[in-house]
Structure formats: structure tokens, C-alpha cells
Design a protein around this ligand. Structure first.
Ligand code: ATP
Ligand code: MG
Length: 381
């Protein structure tokens, strides 16, 4: 799949910008704060119906306006050209997503149609902070490749919210919520056990992808690994039934604790993913460069995983990551991404790309200044 073109209207600092993209590397260069990342954010709206980093569509609208609009044409392997448009009105608090002028509802059904892999400094917490970011990572990858997983995830979150409401209310009223909780428990266990089995399966499969992508960036000496650490004490090779059983007994065992704190204390919303290099926990031992390399490798692995699972080649958005890698790793990455897919790269450093690309013919370079495209050069050598 690739994105032929895009038009962004009243989006961040862009009033009206249009791009005709190339099928391979599209490099957006410019000074800080000019509107490069904003274009990647606009592409993220077309693929995921939302921003990859900010929460709240209102902030995205160009200040002083009421509506933003992003429109583009994807050429997909499965169904050919698809004209996709997303528009958000702050006054009406309404977001409309259309594919070939047909309204798509719910918005969640868009996920997976236009697979995308995004790597930006905003994702650094995946490797160096708490488990929430790692769960978000794993959930987005599996959701883009499996709508059933995504539906279970939405369901699980909804049940969890309701269950937590009951627990919080009971705590406030000093009441015993046991009876009211019962139907919620069954639903939580069903959806949760499914998520756990899928996450385990994903991690088992993903290990080889991360290994291979890491070694495309780093020649040798470092062995990366990833492990699933469910918050429930399941045996090593558990199935959905086992997970449900353990989940039920943990809910009973931790009942008093839940009443005390007024929230659900066990379940896949507390799962962890462990990343290691040469057996050492990344969070505790890795250097900054190793963190960055691991993150990029995760994202490249995500790309190959999704390509296989979705029967559609994802596009790659690489926001400002080249300047943070050493020259060998940066050159390896650039060579790799310039040939596997349509890639969007932002950077303040034009020189990096003038020297580095092996296959310069396949690149397009755009200079962004003050929310506008200043120049477009094809086949920069
Ligand atoms: N809602 C908005 N309306 C108008 N301008 C906005 C809005 N949101 C952000 N901006 C402006 O957009 C600019 C930031 O754009 P962006 O993040 O794309 O920069 P960048 O080119 O990626 O810079 P850097 O190299 O520093 O990452 C800032 O000047 C900011 O003030
Ligand atoms: Mg930026």
C-alpha cells in the first residue's frame, strides 16, 4: 500500500498544504517547529482516525478555526485506489471518516484497513518507562492485524470501566458490591482470557521478527528478546480456559483488596512485556543508544509482522529518529526502509539524506517552512 497524495486543511500550522508523494522514501526536511511532524500526524489520522500522540482532536485544528480536514488517496494491494477523508468540527464535536465518500462507522472499524507503523520520539516510553506504553504498543499491533482482538479489547475496557465504577461507588458507600459485581466478573474473565491468549501467541511469533530486524541494524554482539509477563499466575503454555480459571480464582482471592482500593487489581490491564538485550532488562541496563535501537527494531519488526498478517504493506512514519542513531545504524536503517515500503521521514538535517541513500532515485524531498511546502524535488541525488 502507498499514499499517493494528501491535502491538509486548517490542520495544526498548515492552512492548506498538498503533497504528491513518491512510492518509497518521502523526506520532509525543515527547521524546528515548521510543521513536519504535523504532516505525519495528518497521515496518522487517515490510517488510525486519530493522532499518534495527542489526545483530543480540538488541539489539532489550526488555532482560530472550527474545522480541520485531511484527505488523501491510498493505493492498496487489496482494493486499489481508496479516497479517504477525515474531518473534525469542534463546534459539533463530530468526526467524520469517509472512504470513497461512504461514511465509515464506527471509527474503530477503520483500524487495520490502512496499516501504519509509526516511530517517533513520543514512543521512547515504550522501552524506558512503565508497562502502560508497552501494553499500548502490543495492543495496537495486534489490533491492526486482528479486528476480533480489537473488538475484545474495546469490550474488555468497557467492562473494566463499569466494574471499576461499581467498586469505587461501593467503597464510597462502604457497601459490599459482591452481588452487583458478579455479571461483570464473568464478562471481564471471558474478554480478558481471550486477550491473554492472543498476547502470548503474538509475543511467541514476534520474537523472530524482533531478532531479525535488530540484526539488520546492529551487525552482531547484541541479542534482543521479548517476553510476555501476564499479571495472572498462569502456567507456561496456558489456553483460554486455563486463563479464565486463574482469572476467576484471582478475582476471588483479591476480593478484599479490590474493595479496599475501589478498583480492579488483576487482569490483562496489568500485564507487562519484558524487553532484554543479552538477557539484561532493557529498562535497567541499556544505554540510550540501545534503547533507541531497540525501539526502531521493534517498529521494523512491527512492519514485517503486519505486512504478513494484513496482506497489505504498511506505510512507515519515522519522525525525527535518524539524528539519534550513530552513523552506521542510521545508514543501515535508511537503506532498509528505502526499499521495503513507502516511508515518511522527518528531519532537520538535510545532509544526512544527501549522502546516505544507496538508491537515491526512489526518494522525494520536501522542504517544510512555516506550515507550507516550500519546494518539492523529485529524485534528489
Ligand atoms: N492547533 C495549532 N494551530 C496552529 N499552529 C499549531 C497548532 N498546533 C501546533 N502548532 C504549531 O505547529 C508547529 C509545530 O509543528 P511540528 O511539530 O510539525 O514541527 P516540526 O517541523 O516537526 O519541528 P521539530 O523539528 O521541532 O520536531 C509549532 O510552531 C506549533 O506552534
Ligand atoms: Mg517534529
Amino acid at each position: 500500500m502507498y499514499l499517493r497524495n494528501i491535502r491538509v486543511h486548517n490542520f495544526r500550522n498548515h492552512t492548506e498544504s498538498t503533497f504528491e508523494f513518491g512510492q518509497w522514501a518521502n523526506i520532509l526536511v525543515g527547521e524546528n517547529g515548521q510543521g513536519k511532524t504535523n504532516i505525519l500526524e495528518a497521515i496518522s489520522y487517515l490510517c488510525l482516525t486519530k493522532s499518534f500522540y495527542s489526545h483530543g482532536d480540538s488541539y489539532v485544528i489550526k488555532i482560530g478555526n472550527d474545522i480541520f480536514e485531511v484527505e488523501g488517496v491510498f493505493n492498496t494491494e487489496r482494493t486499489g485506489d481508496q479516497r479517504v477523508r477525515v474531518a473534525y468540527s469542534d463546534g459539533q464535536k463530530e468526526k467524520i471518516f469517509t472512504i470513497n465518500k461512504n461514511h465509515i462507522e464506527p471509527l474503530s472499524s477503520v483500524i487495520g484497513k490502512f496499516p501504519v507503523v509509526i516511530c517517533s520520539p513520543e514512543h521512547a516510553p515504550i522501552t524506558n518507562q512503565g508497562p502502560i506504553e508497552r501494553r499500548r504498543f502490543i495492543d495496537l499491533v495486534i489490533s491492526q492485524s486482528s479486528n476480533i482482538y480489537f473488538q475484545h479489547l474495546i469490550e474488555y475496557r468497557k467492562i473494566l470501566r463499569n466494574r471499576n465504577k461499581v467498586l469505587a461507588e461501593a467503597k464510597l458507600q462502604k457497601a459490599d458490591p459482591t452481588e452487583i459485581l458478579e455479571p461483570w466478573n464473568d464478562q471481564l474473565i471471558n474478554a480478558g482470557a481471550y486477550l491473554m491468549v492472543r498476547r502470548q501467541k503474538f509475543v511467541d511469533e514476534f520474537e523472530r521478527y524482533i531478532n531479525s530486524s535488530y540484526h539488520q541494524l546492529v551487525i552482531d554482539g547484541e541479542l534482543p528478546s521479548i517476553a510476555y509477563e501476564p499479571s495472572l499466575p498462569v502456567d507456561k503454555s496456558f489456553n483460554q480456559q486455563d486463563a479464565a480459571k486463574v482469572f476467576a480464582s484471582e478475582l476471588t482471592r483479591r476480593k478484599e483488596r479490590e474493595f479496599q482500593v475501589g478498583t480492579t487489581v488483576v487482569g490483562p490491564h496489568r500485564d507487562e512485556l519484558l524487553f532484554t538485550i543479552n538477557g539484561l532488562d532493557l529498562r535497567r541496563y541499556a544505554s540510550q543508544g540501545q534503547h533507541k535501537t531497540f525501539l526502531v527494531a521493534l517498529k521494523i519488526a512491527e512492519f514485517f509482522y503486519l505486512r504478513e498478517q494484513c496482506n497489505e504493506t504498511p506505510i512507515l512514519l519515522l519522525d525525527d529518529i535518524f539524528s539519534e542513531l550513530d552513523t552506521v545504524r542510521a545508514a543501515n536503517l535508511l537503506e532498509l526502509v528505502s526499499t521495503i515500503s513507502q516511508t515518511f521521514i522527518t528531519s532537520t538535517n538535510r545532509d544526512l539524506f544527501d549522502k546516505n541513500v544507496a538508491d537515491a532515485d526512489s526518494r522525494r524531498m520536501f522542504t517544510i517552512s512555516n506550515g507550507a511546502v516550500m519546494e518539492e524535488q523529485k529524485n534528489v541525488a
